[in-house]
Structure formats: C-alpha cells, structure tokens
Design a protein around this ligand. Structure first.
Ligand code: FPP
Length: 257
C-alpha cells in the first residue's frame, strides 16, 4: 500500500478540532485580494502576487499533510487577460518561477501537478515548465494540485458542448446517453470528484466563472482575509466550518425523512 510520508507528521503538527474522517476530498480556492494586500502596504500590486505564491506554498503543504485528494486553485482566469500587460507578464513569469523553484519539493511531497484551462495560450516558457511538472509528477500518489490557468467555467462548458455535439454527429454518442457523468467526462476535471469545499478570500461573494458545473453542491466558505495573509490556521478554520455544515445535496436531513 502507498505510504504518505507526511501522515505520521500530521498527528504531530496539525492541531485539531478537525475530524479526520470528515475531510473534504476536493478543496477549491479563489485566491483573491493580492492587489489589496499590496495596496494596503503602499507596494505595487505585483508584490501582492509574489506574497500570494508564498501563501499558496503553505496551503499546498498543509493539504498534502492532511491527505486531501485534490486542491484546485484559481491562478489566472480567462478574464484576467483584461489586466495591464505588465501585470499579466508578471503573473506568467511568476508561474514559471514558481514551477522552477517548487517542482522538486512538490515531487518529493508526492504532489501531482495538473492544470485546468486553455494552457496552449500561455507563453511558451510557462507551458514548458508546466509540461515538465506534469511529466515529473504524473505517477505520484499524493495531492492532485490543479492550477487553473487561463480558465473560465463558461468556456469550459462551451468546449464540452462542442465535444459532445461532435460525438453525437459522428454517431459515437446517442442524445439519450447525455447525462451528468457524460458532461463531467468532457471537463478539465474529468475523473476527479467535484469540490466539497470552496474557499474564497478577501470577502467577495462571487464565483467569478470558477468551476461553474463542478461547484453545484459545494459548500462555500468566504473569509475576509486577503489571500497573501491566508495561512494554515485559516485553512483549518475553514475546514472546521465545513465540518459543521449539513450537506443534503437537495434531499432532507436523515432525521427528517
Ligand atoms: C486575485 O487577486 C489573484 C489573482 C488574479 C492571481 C492569483 C495568483 C496568485 C495567488 C499567485 C500566483 C500563482 C501561481 C501558481 C504563480 P487580485 O489581484 O484580483 O487582488 P485584488 O482583488 O485585491 O485586486
């Protein structure tokens, strides 16, 4: 059986109040507030993104230690191309730098690096680092880290509809066979469980075109913390809130049936 080297450490480092039997399988995060974090300190916005990478490192490590199956983080949306050219360039370089710097540690921690989104439209350098990371980590058995890059939920659904229509047209699929499982199979998250928990930082109550299909029954926790300030304890607090929720998936509570 596969052994997670973090497991034994968990019991020592991760405080609790957490019920280890009720952890989410998949956590999605909208990492918002980098710009405001920088602004509050009189720094350029880009420094907020750099600080955001450090927060991401800590959260990936903690999710690994907790044996979370999947972590999906919104790093660059299809709408983010509307930002100033300099900020876009900075974010793309940051991604390249992050992968170069972190890949070995991610690999040692058994993390599988994947992407959600149209990554063929990213700069070549970033794509090269991504493909290197996919290849090096594809056989790992730990946390699946989905980096949402040039990702948009509506765009993802449009692509899925095109693929489904193509299969119907070519006779590979009957219209009556189109169901939820079929659609899920055409999304970037194919084969993965839907997120159980969505965390959004910096207080905004929006989905911002993130995982629109997959978030249908996800529990949402919004915190006022700005992303660069979000740390291990904040993640544990979000998990505690999640564990108090009563997930009914449209049904009734067991004792009300
Ligand atoms: C939202 O903050 C954040 C982003 C658009 C980028 C998220 C990127 C990171 C956390 C770091 C990069 C990650 C990788 C993998 C390289 P915002 O700029 O919208 O903040 P604001 O709402 O305060 O302006």
């Amino acid at each position: 059986m596969w052994f997670n080297p973090w497991r034994r450490k968990n019991k020592e480092v991760i405080d609790s109040g957490i019920d280890y039997q009720k952890l989410p399988r998949h956590i999605a995060i909208i990492m918002d507030g980098n710009g405001r974090w920088a602004q509050k300190r009189g720094l350029p916005r880009t420094m907020g993104h750099r600080a955001g990478v450090e927060a991401l490192r800590e959260i990936v490590k903690t999710c690994s230690k907790l044996d979370i199956q999947v972590l999906s983080v919104y790093a660059f949306s299809t709408e983010n191309w509307k930002r100033p050219k300099e900020e876009i360039g900075f974010l793309m370089n940051l991604l390249t730098e992050y992968l170069r710097r972190e890949l070995n540690e991610l690999h040692q921690n058994n993390v599988v690096v994947r992407a959600l989104g149209a990554i063929d439209q990213l700069p070549d350098e970033a794509q090269n680092e991504l493909f290197k990371a996919f290849k090096q980590t594809e056989n790992n058995k730990g946390l699946i880290l989905n980096l949402a890059l040039n990702y948009g939920g509506r765009g993802e659904l449009i692509e899925a509809i095109k693929k489904v229509s193509g299969q119907v047209k070519s006779g590979k699929l009957r219209i009556t066979e189109i169901d939820e499982e079929c659609i899920s199979g055409f999304l970037y998250t194919s084969g993965l469980p839907d997120p159980d928990l969505l965390i959004r930082t910096s207080g905004e109550m929006r989905l911002s075109n993130f995982l629109l299909w997959q978030l249908a029954y996800t529990e949402i926790v919004v915190t006022d913390k700005l992303w660069p300030d979000f740390n291990k304890q904040d993640l544990l607090d979000a998990l505690k809130i999640y564990q108090k929720r009563d997930r009914r998936f449209g049904g009734l509570k067991t004792d009300k049936r």
